[in-house]
Design a protein around this ligand. Structure first.
Ligand SMILES: *Cc1c(COP(=O)(O)O)cnc(C)c1O
Length: 389
């Protein structure tokens, strides 16, 4: 039994599941390389243990959103190449270079700042140029891209390793969305065709692109959500993107379980209304359990209105009132044999029952990504599997 020492609420992360998901993804996209996206603390799973597991299980690269995330990996002794997914502020270029991270550049100013930083550090900076083919978030326009890449190639302090783009709707399967992904890939191909030299790594696909769009794999794919065992969208999971795609994502295994222990138990009369706002009356006299995890930990207050249960004694039990900052209340029903210290599963399996991050996402009207990233830093991460280090 693994759990946190000082607080009876924790997220258990099964590194064997991560390792298996990485191996499955790597095999599916080969000969393209796999870049494990471990931004946002590996979608809440713990960046360093996940990154180490990913590299040991077949990923060649890591990617992060911000420089500090890359430095954290280096501080943990992780030596694999780490791509920072956006162009950084000029002031951050030198920290990036000295950290041995690989930069994304999208502008001439970005190239100049990076080259200057590399010269000050007495090294060559590794760069990937990002092209905006339709996501319209980050990147040079397809027209700007070729001259920009040529300019970076001409800069002795830089080594252009990659050119990449990002797909906006690879997880969607309507005719219009599929046409848009094709258009993005065509625009990307056109940019690449106009280059004087083809850099070693072209990449475009997120998890959805990697599993459902073979033409988007190029030399490398950047997978996040799949590493953690979830499909990027319902359309990818339900067969709309093909039975083979659905069966593949169905073989991925969710790695995170969110757990806590009952901290208090009380028996209340029918009609009592626990928690702030006194929103719900107990239908019958019954047992109400207090669980020490709340919205400050990433258990959304809306979970009550969304009707999302938790698992206690292997059964789904409704919340007895709104989630508070640090605690929530569970209606365990009449005569329930629930005691202080009993295990509560908010996300994961208990006995034969399972509540997934996907179920939370659907009930809350969001996506699994937001649910997983929302689990706060106050929740200890406990890593299991792979002989835990
Ligand atoms: C987050 C991110 C990814 C990973 O996306 P998933 O859908 O989680 O696989 C890939 N590329 C970029 C640029 C990203 O920002």
């Amino acid at each position: 039994m693994v759990e946190a020492r000082t607080r009876p609420a924790w997220a258990e992360v099964d590194l064997d599941a991560v390792a298996q998901n990485v191996a499955l993804l790597a095999r599916r996209v080969a000969p393209a390389a796999l870049c494990a996206v471990v931004k946002a603390d590996a979608y809440g799973h713990g960046a360093a243990p996940v990154a180490r597991t990913a590299i040991e299980s077949g990923a060649a690269w890591l990617a992060v959103a911000v420089v500090d995330e890359g430095l954290e990996l280096r501080e943990h002794g992780i030596a694999a190449p780490v791509l920072v997914l956006s162009e950084v502020m000029p002031d951050a270029a030198e920290v990036l270079v000295r950290g041995g991270l690989t930069a994304t550049v999208t502008t001439r100013a970005g190239i100049d700042a990076l080259a200057a930083a590399a010269r000050r550090a007495g090294t060559r900076a590794h760069v990937h140029v990002k092209v905006d083919t339709g996501m319209h978030r980050v990147g040079a326009t397809p027209e700007e891209a070729a001259p920009l890449i040529d300019a970076a190639e001409a800069e002795p302090a830089l080594r252009v390793e990659g050119v990449w783009t990002h797909l906006a709707v690879a997880d969607a399967t309507t005719e219009e969305d599929r046409a848009f992904t094709s258009l993005q890939l065509e625009r990307f191909d056109k940019v690449v065709a106009a280059l004087r030299a083809r850099p070693p790594l072209l990449h475009a696909a997120n998890t959805a692109g990697a599993v459902a769009w073979p033409a988007a794999r190029y030399d490398m794919v950047r997978c996040g959500i799949g590493l953690y065992g979830y499909a990027p969208s319902r359309a990818i999971a339900d067969g709309s993107a093909g039975a083979d795609v659905a069966s593949f994502v169905g073989s991925l295994r969710p790695a995170l379980t969110l757990k806590a222990r009952v901290s208090e138990v009380r028996e209340l009369d029918a009609g009592e209304r626990p928690s702030y706002g006194r929103r719900r009356a107990l239908p019958e006299r019954g047992v109400v359990a207090t669980v020490p995890i709340g919205y400050a930990d990433g258990v959304p207050r809306r979970l009550f209105d969304a009707g999302c249960p938790v698992l206690i004694s292997g059964r789904r039990r409704p919340l007895a009132g709104v989630v508070t900052m640090d605690q929530l209340l569970v209606d365990c029903g009449p005569g329930a044999r629930v005691a202080r210290g009993d295990e509560v599963v908010l996300i994961g399996r208990q006995g034969t029952e399972e509540i997934t991050a996907q179920e939370w996402a659907e009930r809350l009207g969001t996506i699994t990504y937001e649910v997983l990233c929302g689990i706060g830093p106050r929740v200890p991460r406990v890593h299991a599997g792979r002989g835990v280090r």
